[in-house]
Design a protein around this ligand. Structure first.
Ligand code: DOR
Length: 448
């Protein structure tokens, strides 16, 4: 079967960086190695020393379908993801209606089929009253169960202590949590309203959605997970303080024991801090809030120290019209998928990380943590989800944004790397300039 041979690449995989070739055919990687020979009929691509990485796996996106499709939809946002080198996404349940049972979950998979440019998985959401759906979730159908332990976009707060306890006790998949204590936030907001009325400056966002709110809720999640030995993944860690609550170390120890409790941070916490609110205002308003420069530096170090296990985006598009409302009415969240990988690679150019580390946190770790079958690595037999990255500076322009909302918090930013090509299941879907062919994303399978 003729395939594609990529020659003279700088491959990055499983902690190693090496010069070599990679061949794939029929959607799967057939050889990873030094110098490989083309088989009859193979297309040969000269990589010219550019980086060849496994496609990134984003374990936290909000693609807004169903019900919020004026902000984004599976086709538009997965196109942006593919252009950014993100070949797999796991989508959140805070849609309209929310994804609260197996039927809603399957409806999402049906809707993504043939329209998603990247591979897809959908989370089941927990609520105060869908324990039966949580308990009976087939672990092969979803990466995990999302629990909003703090209120955010959508009305999915789980604040009934008995229900929370039961979810942690009975979940048949990893639980992933949004941790921010809502009563703390409400009390802070009330104080700021007294001071500013309806005209609260967006600079106050990290003081309203405060570090104390994050710490309190993360502590609760950890205590419930320890009580029930739950597999817990705490999303979007935004403070230095919370880092002390997690254990450093690899996802899988040398004796094969897996971490039961893991932590994620997001690209925007590594690229922005409090000083950026003046320039970007509500565009970088998100939950949890972007906090101080010292938090940002601590999070970058925590990636290197293996306290943070996973890097993701929390891609959450809203329209410019929505974002231009006053602080208290502007929704939280920002579009990120298209420039997330190149934004993360800035850390490499700044000598704060390595490409191998980014690949580990943004491809290997989510694959491992969610038991994703045959993706996330450059391995023979695995799906050919690949991204070619070149070290060629470019400046983000609004007209290049593929997300439906049509803006990026990185407009005007010059990145030192760009995505030269993306393959999903062995088909080139992004050639560095535009999308190619038709959507080729597949439903994820979970090896559990
Ligand atoms: O900023 C956020 N936006 N945080 C969330 O938890 C939800 C997300 C959204 O869906 O808009």
């Amino acid at each position: 079967m003729p395939g594609t041979l990529i020659v003279n690449a700088r491959l990055v995989n499983e902690g190693r960086e090496f010069d070599g070739d990679l061949r794939f055919a029929n959607g799967r990687i057939t050889h990873v190695g030094g110098q490989l020979s083309a088989q009859p009929g193979d297309q040969v691509i000269e990589a010219g020393g550019r980086l060849l990485l496994p496609g990134m796996i984003d374990d936290q996106v909000h693609f807004r379908e169903p019900g919020l499709t004026h902000k984004g939809d599976i086709a538009s946002e997965s196109a942006a993801a593919a252009a950014g080198g993100l070949t797999t996404f796991m989508d959140m349940p805070n849609t309209t209606p929310p994804t609260l049972d197996a039927d809603a979950l399957e409806a999402k998979y049906r809707s993504a089929a043939g329209r998603a440019w990247s591979n897809f998985g959908f989370y089941l959401g927990a609520s105060n009253d869908n324990l039966e759906a949580v308990r009976t979730l087939d672990p092969k159908t979803s990466p995990g169960i999302k629990v909003f332990m703090g209120a955010s976009t959508g009305n999915m707060l789980v604040d009934n202590p008995d229900t929370l306890d039961a979810i942690f006790r009975e979940a048949p998949t990893p639980i992933i949590t949004h941790c921010e204590d809502t009563p703390t936030i409400d009390a802070n907001l009330a104080l700021f309203k007294v001071k500013y009325g309806e005209d609260i400056p967006v600079e106050c966002h990290p003081d309203i959605r405060s570090r104390e709110a994050c710490i309190k809720s993360t502590r609760l999640a950890l205590s419930l997970a320890r009580k029930h030995d739950t597999r817990l993944h705490v999303l979007h860690i935004s403070t230095a303080d919370e880092l002390a609550l997690f254990q450093a170390g690899p996802l899988v120890r040398s004796d094969g024991v897996r971490k039961r409790i893991t932590a994620e941070t997001c690209v925007h916490f590594l690229r922005f801090d409090r000083s950026d609110y003046g320039r970007l205002g509500n565009l970088i308003k998100c939950n949890p809030a972007i906090k101080d420069a010292s938090d940002r530096e601590a999070l970058i170090r925590a990636l290197a120290d293996n306290v943070i296990d996973v890097l993701a985006t929390d891609h959450a598009p809203h329209t410019l019209e929505e974002k231009s409302r006053p602080y208290s009415q502007a929704p939280s969240g920002l579009p990120l998928v298209q420039y997330a990988l190149v934004a993360a690679l800035e850390l490499v150019h700044e000598k704060k990380s390595t490409v191998a580390q980014i690949v580990n946190k943004f491809a290997h770790a989510p694959a491992q943590l969610f038991d994703v079958k045959e993706r996330g690595y450059l391995r023979e037999g695995y799906w050919a989800d690949l991204v070619l990255v070149e070290n060629e500076p470019f400046t983000v322009r609004r007209e290049d944004v593929l997300s439906k909302c049509g803006w990026s918090p990185f407009e005007g930013t010059t990145f030192q790397s760009r995505v030269g090509a993306t393959w999903v299941n062995g088909r080139m879907v992004w050639n560095g300039e535009h999308l190619m062919g038709t959507p080729n994303g597949q439903r994820l399978e979970f090896d559990r």
